[in-house]
Ligand binder design. Structure first.
Ligand code: NAG
Length: 128
């Protein structure tokens, strides 16, 4: 599963130009995102896009069924209240559905500036 994760990561994010020209429900190129596998859903949080600033987007790929690697079936989840990049994330073993986002950098849209706080954010994959 871990090698599949890395293959998907590099196919999706390794090439900056992979998604240019396609813009329907597909994440824009990015770096510095964090990801966590919840059940069969591989979630991606935030990242730094070519637009600049930290992205507040949450995307996931459902790995429960096979799909064409050239057209991954991306799902957009509810946006986070802040942009987020450079952080790390992990799945809580207590319920196997809560994801914690730890450290990193938050992007404050109002002031168009970054905040380096030691925040911990919680994402409930059951309720988005
Ligand atoms: C969470 O997943 C692990 C690994 O599959 C399993 O051993 C554990 O029992 C699960 N915990 C809960 C609360 O479902």
């Amino acid at each position: 599963m871990k090698s599949l994760y890395f293959i998907l990561f590099f196919i999706t994010f390794g090439s900056r130009y992979f998604f240019f020209g396609i813009c329907q429900n597909i994440p824009s190129p990015r770096r510095e995102q964090t990801s966590t596998l919840v059940g069969t859903r591989l979630y991606f949080f935030g990242g730094n896009t070519i637009i600049g600033g930290g992205s507040n987007e949450v995307w996931y790929l459902d790995l429960s069924s096979s799909f064409s690697i050239s057209k991954p079936p991306w799902h957009s989840d509810a946006a986070m209240p802040v942009g987020y990049n450079f952080g790390t994330s992990c799945l809580s073993p207590i319920d196997n559905s809560t994801v914690f986002l730890i450290g990193g950098r938050t992007w404050i849209t109002n002031t168009k500036s970054y905040s380096y706080t030691s925040s911990v954010y919680k994402f409930d994959s059951k309720t988005s």
